[in-house]
Design a protein around this ligand. Structure first.
Ligand code: PEP
Ligand code: MN
Length: 442
């Protein structure tokens, strides 16, 4: 049965095919956990969600820039003060560099406090000669091959870890950690030689921050980096349990995060995921890969943004270096001709995966940069704007992507490869990327 927005309910998706859902052994145990989740307090409030919506509308109109980033998959074990703090710090540092270079305010959106579910290309994999179910993210099963059976108790654990993460983020922001002028935030830990052509920019940024400081500091909304949360809306029973009716607005909000997106593998036009997300009052995102045609984008847009509201929908393109030119202009034209004021984001990570000689999944800094540059240029040529970027990154000194000022090569990857899923930019690579983005959008 086809539902309209009038007949939409948080459960309407259940009659449609849902890709990438775990199969649990004990349905009653899942139901008990979901019932508990439905009664637990929301993690965010509608006012914050509406505020983000308004900021994203400004970004869609060219007056702000959106920076979205964080782990591919947050690990429960990484719910730790220092790791959360380092991730917030790197996002804010990137934001200052982009603000300085692009002369535009930046919205900070973490892939954080709930990014626990992963779509996978197969159901099983071979480990040490044994066929085991794939890892689907800590909300479903464990990375260790002995923990691959989906466990419903993990749904509650995900809620509590997301709550603890968000609580710490809020405390850091309130407590002044997010104040951008602290010199310790600006220790790049690069050699002077490495920092070479970035040092001048960095000095300019430091001087600007010091100048503003002497004038009496930044206004509140600039002083502290406001941080919003996002994750992929993949596990539909969990997301439905976090969906609440808000009588004041007469709408349903997912109050497990400020922003939710649908991934490349679950965006079937008549599938459960689009049906679920279309009824939410939250601002939403959609990953768009090379297989999306202008014709199908038109249909998706009619479904997700019938009101043509700026800020409602962020299209996150992820083509791979060298592949945007064939796909992007037609999609830009489709959105424009249908009158959808979407915010265009570039995810230069997910089309650029490769397997290193040693078997590790990696991505090259040069490919990531190339896709960003190509996408920014194509938007400009089409009279559009790349108003957002989407990264997988961490504040930790991991060795998962190759390249960058520290010259990490494939042989160095195993030194500190920690991701259970896709390779992330480390802190140094993320900052270098921000310097380059700042130049790109100037
Ligand atoms: C992701 O963002 O981690 C992801 C799986 O991306 P995509 O849906 O674009 O493949
Ligand atoms: Mn990923």
């Amino acid at each position: 049965m086809k539902t309209t927005i009038q007949t939409w309910t948080p459960d309407a998706w259940r009659s449609l095919p849902a890709a990438q859902q775990p199969v649990y052994r004990d349905d009653a145990a899942v139901e008990a956990v979901l019932a508990e989740l439905r009664e637990l307090p929301p993690l965010v409030v509608p006012e914050e969600v509406d505020h983000l919506h308004a900021l994203l509308a400004e970004a869609a109109e060219g007056r702000r820039f959106l920076l979205q980033g964080g782990d591919c998959a947050e690990a429960f074990a990484d719910c730790r003060g220092s790791i959360i703090q380092n991730k917030l710090r790197v996002l804010l540092q990137m934001s200052v560099l982009i603000t300085h270079g692009g002369r535009t305010g930046v919205i900070h959106l973490g892939r954080i406090a709930g990014q626990y579910a992963k779509p996978r290309s197969g159901d099983t994999e071979r480990i040490d000669g044994k066929e085991v179910p794939v890892y689907r993210g800590d909300i479903i099963n464990g990375l260790d091959p002995s923990q691959r059976e989906p466990d419903p108790r993990r749904l509650l654990e995900a809620y509590h870890r997301a709550a603890a993460t968000l609580n710490h983020l809020r405390a850091l922001v309130d407590g002044g950690f997010a104040d951008l002028h602290h010199p310790e935030h600006w220790d790049l830990s690069w050699s002077r030689e490495d920092a070479g052509h970035y040092l001048e920019t960095l000095d300019q940024v430091r001087n600007s921050l010091a100048f503003v400081q002497r004038l009496g500091g930044l206004p509140e909304h600039l002083r502290t980096g406001e941080l919003f949360t996002s994750h992929e809306a993949l596990h539909l029973p969990f997301e439905t349990a976090m969906t609440r009716f808000v009588p004041e607005s007469g709408r349903h909000y997912n109050l497990g995060a400020h922003f939710l997106w649908i991934g490349e593998r679950t965006r079937q036009l008549e599938g459960a995921h689009l049906e679920y997300i279309r009824g939410l009052a939250n601002p939403i995102g959609l990953k768009v890969g090379a297989s999306m045609t202008p014709e199908s984008l038109r249909k998706v847009l009619a479904k997700l943004d019938p009101g043509r509201r700026p800020g409602r929908l962020t299209l996150i393109t992820r083509f791979g270096a060298g592949r945007a030119e064939a796909a992007l202009p037609g999609l830009i034209e489709a959105a424009r001709s249908e009158g959808h004021p979407v915010l265009w984001s570039c995810d230069p990570m997910h089309g650029n995966g490769r397997t290193a000689a040693g078997g590790l999944k990696t991505r090259a800094f040069g490919d990531i940069l190339q896709e960003l540059q190509e996408v920014a240029a194509l938007h400009r040529a089409c009279g559009s704007r790349m108003g957002a970027v989407h990264f997988e990154l961490t504040g930790e000194p991991v060795t998962e992507c190759t390249g960058g000022v520290e010259g990490l090569d494939e042989a160095g990857l195993q030194r500190a490869y920690r991701s259970g899923c896709d390779p992330r930019l480390n802190r140094s690579q993320s900052l270098e990327m921000a310097f380059l983005i700042a130049q790109m959008i100037r």
